[in-house]
Write a protein that binds this ligand. Structure first.
Ligand code: GTP
Ligand code: MG
Length: 615
């Protein structure tokens, strides 16, 4: 919404422009007025819409045509004043003033105009019959009002209408010629309807209408008011009410009615609550609320985010088979301006053969969005109406920003539940198969199908009886490992090929170049372990290399018989980076002793409790 309003008064000489302004400000009719009143600013708190308002006078004798043109460009709304007793001042509205106002701005963005008939104290009848044809001719005329500066009649109303024309403009919402809502407005209201239809039955029930009313206007509708609204819709439309609920057509009809009755502010309140600006686009403030993510911190969905997404999932799982079919998924994303879930998303998460998305896969994808690009994740939550449906300030409450990684390292523990693992190795080693196996899918040979559209694979793993999300990212070493930041991740999985004698030297050089002096834990994985081993062409064998660099011994992996353990080990290494180089099997003696002591304490406590209870 605009932060201020600038009202310009135009019209023939002596119609009473200056007098109107002076009457408003002084609350009495001035017998003597200057040719032109100084620009005045009405402070926000005394205006009905709480927006500072500037009122600008015009005088032909004091201002040149050029200055007039500049004033028109600056104005947000123009009041064209005429004298109700002088017909020629009415004729000039059509022949002079409206063309002048329209000429001052680019085509398409017309300034709203209000016609003001002054000196109503001098005439008994109304000037309406002369005014109506003009109003019909120019759609930019918002309204007309008859007033008297002398009697102070309708003066504050006039300025209120002017303010309203700017703050709640008709033009973006309604086409007065076709007498219907404009397409962009229909699009926005349809999205609002879908979001508010929480059980997805295509009608708004009483409970849903109350929720909607409460989040837009702060209070629920009285039961009688609710019935009255539905009766109006029922009487005036053939399909506005269904099963005692409001259909989309009924909802659109109601909004058309508000606008036709001059209550645009009602529709605008709804639109603004759902994040729309004056051009009916979602504002950046709504889509991208401020969230501070310091360097070294990561972002993940918290329980509020999970809860909300689970609700959304259930809403669109219409056949209740605990999976979203491609059609159901399309419905879910119908409130987005574009489809965010394509081939890439399908191949990043564990999906069934028919591309059905389980709740687990759905949450995995959202976890990936939240981790990789939290702004985008918040944008998506915004499209789904998160802040409105959960009654939260903004999407930021669905996100947890983790503690800095350096602090985690220092404390030797982490609260995080999402970890990024970069899978690095020469081409053809089996990285894609490794990712595919993580999703529980067998790897189809590249020659029979196109490359995986996604370089990511997300799934959950068990680490020390806790469920954690692990994101695998396949690194194309030849193109992506150019700068140091390319190595950044929570754990690096260096992969070599059992059957390729040159593959280990490649891993070793990547390790030395990027990871040897970093705090990122590394795990070596030896692929194609079901085949016959070929000695590696390198100064020392892989096991010696690991021993020398205090790395855990290479883990053998076969995509024909993948095991879940290997992925848990990666997550484990990411969770406990300070234990880097100390695979549990080769944990140093002292470490094992301390971990052992912790076990005894826990066990001791459990025994104590059991003992205390039995007493
Ligand atoms: P310019 O500055 O020359 O463009 O004129 P203006 O439109 O500012 O008109 P102004 O306010 O100077 O008023 C012109 C004459 O109309 C003055 O004599 C006012 O006293 C008189 N007048 C203004 N408003 C009213 C009104 O509501 N009723 C009556 N009876 N006279 C009015
Ligand atoms: Mg004047």
């Amino acid at each position: 919404m605009r932060r201020h309003v600038r009202i310009l008064l135009l019209g023939e000489p002596k119609v009473g422009k200056t007098s109107l302004i002076m009457s408003l400000v002084g609350e009495e009719f001035p017998n003597e007025v200057p040719a032109r009143a100084e620009e005045i600013t009405i402070p926000a708190d005394v205006t009905p819409e709480k927006v500072p308002t500037h009122i600008v006078d015009y005088s032909e004798t004091e201002q040149t045509d050029e200055v007039l043109r500049q004033e028109i460009v600056k104005a947000n709304v123009v009041c064209v004043v005429y004298d109700v007793t002088q017909e020629e001042t009415i004729d000039k509205i059509r022949t002079k003033w409206i063309p002048l106002v329209n000429g001052g701005v680019e085509k398409g963005s017309k300034i709203p105009i209000i016609l003001v008939g002054n000196k109503s104290d001098l005439r008994t009848g109304s000037s309406m019959e002369n005014i109506l044809p003009i109003m019909n001719q120019f759609s930019e005329i918002e309204t007309c009002v008859e007033c008297s500066a002398r009697n102070l009649k309708n003066i504050s109303e006039l300025f209120y209408y002017a303010q309203k024309a700017v703050l709640h403009p008709t033009a973006p919402l309604y086409d007065p010629e076709d007498k219907q809502l404009k397409p962009l407005c229909v699009r926005a209201l349809s999205r609002i309807f879908s979001i508010s239809d929480q059980d997805n039955d295509r009608v708004l029930s009483d409970a849903e209408l109350n929720c909607f009313q409460k989040s837009c206007f702060g209070n629920p509708l009285a039961p009688q008011a609710l019935e009255d609204v539905k009766t109006v819709v029922w009487k005036n439309t053939s399909d506005g009410i269904l099963d005692n609920g409001l259909t989309l057509n009924g909802f659109l009809f109601l909004n058309t009615l508000f606008i036709q009755r001059g209550r645009h502010e009602t529709t605008w309140t709804i639109l603004r609550r759902f994040g729309y600006d004056d051009t009916l686009e979602l504002t950046d403030d709504y889509l991208y609320p401020q969230l501070r993510v310091p360097l070294g911190c990561s972002t993940e969905l918290n329980h509020l985010g999970h809860q909300f997404l689970q609700k959304v999932f259930d809403k669109y799982d219409e056949d209740r088979d605990h999976a979203l079919s491609p059609a159901e998924l399309k419905n879910l994303f119908s409130v987005f301006p574009y489809m965010p879930w394509g081939a890439e998303a399908y191949s990043s998460v564990p999906t069934s053969e028919l591309n059905h998305v389980s709740l687990h896969a759905f949450i995995c994808q959202w976890t990936l969005w939240a981790y990789l690009d939290v702004q985008r994740c918040m944008e998506y939550l915004g499209y789904l109406g998160y802040p409105i449906l959960t009654d939260q300030e903004s999407q930021t409450t669905a996100i947890t920003v983790s503690r800095e990684k350096a602090l985690d390292l220092e404390k030797g523990q982490t609260q995080r539940s999402v970890f990024l693992c970069k899978v690095i190795g020469p081409r053809g080693t089996g990285k894609s198969a490794f990712l595919q196996a993580f999703l529980g899918q067998s790897f189809t040979k590249p020659e029979c199908c196109p490359a995986r559209p996604s370089l990511y694979a997300v799934n959950t793993v068990q680490v020390a009886n806790q469920e954690k999300y692990l994101i695998l990212f396949e690194v194309d070493v030849e193109t992506e490992f150019l700068k140091a930041s390319d190595a950044a991740c929570d754990v690096a999985c260096l992969m070599y090929d059992f059957t390729d004698p040159n593959s280990f030297s490649y891993c070793a050089s990547i390790y030395k170049q990027h990871f040897m002096n970093s705090s990122i834990p590394c795990v070596l994985v030896c692929c194609k372990a079901d085949e016959v081993e070929v000695p590696q062409q390198y100064g020392m064998n892989p096991a010696e290399f690991c021993y020398k660099h205090r790395l855990p011994v290479p883990i053998r992996h076969s995509s024909l018989r993948p095991t879940a353990q290997i992925y848990s080990k990666l997550a484990w290494a990411a969770m406990y980076p300070h234990l880097n180089g100390s695979d549990m099997s080769s944990t140093s003696f002292w470490l094992r002793v301390t971990l052992g002591a912790a076990m005894v304490t826990v066990l001791g406590f459990a025994l104590y409790r059991a003992f205390a209870r039995s007493k």
